[in-house]
Design a protein around this ligand. Structure first.
Ligand code: HEC
Length: 115
């Protein structure tokens, strides 16, 4: 009986672990200036089906990246990673802009505005 109880406990903790919600970032509203930055740079690859870039609003593509943490994503956006050019070809983006743009792209499409 006690063994069975222990088994049930083990299984239920396993189920809880699997059911954990995928990592996600707080969605953000871009300022008018940031919307412009998005349209001039990020959008050319991140809202361009067929491009290897994780597409804006594609939660499946963003989930493993979001796991790295926002700080790492901002750093990688600034220094570039694989086919992602340094700074995403945005010369005037500040670290705050990168953070907002990333949170914008990594949010579900339904919460996105301005693109
Ligand atoms: C010329 C195309 C291009 C532009 C412009 C571009 N990206 Fe990317 N980006 C990519 C590609 C391709 C990847 C996938 C890189 C890889 O293989 O992991 C990527 C990946 C990323 C990642 C994920 C990095 C990681 O660690 O996984 C972030 C964050 C990102 N881009 C942010 C931005 C932002 C913010 C902008 C606009 C300021 C931008 N990108 C503009 C092509 C682009």
């Amino acid at each position: 009986m006690i063994q069975r109880l222990a088994l049930i406990l083990v299984f239920s903790s396993l189920i809880t672990a699997c059911g954990k919600a995928p990592a996600s970032l707080e969605p953000v509203s871009l300022t008018a200036a940031q919307t412009k930055l998005f349209e001039q740079s990020c959008k050319n690859c991140h809202a361009m089906p067929g491009n290897p870039a994780p597409q804006a609003g594609d939660m499946t593509a963003w989930a493993p990246r979001v796991e790295k943490g926002l700080d790492t994503l901002v750093k990688n956006a600034i220094t570039g990673i694989n086919q992602m050019p340094a700074g995403g070809m945005c010369l005037t983006c500040t670290p705050q802009d990168f953070e907002a743009l990333i949170r914008h792209m990594a949010a579900p499409a339904a919460t996105q505005q301005g693109n």
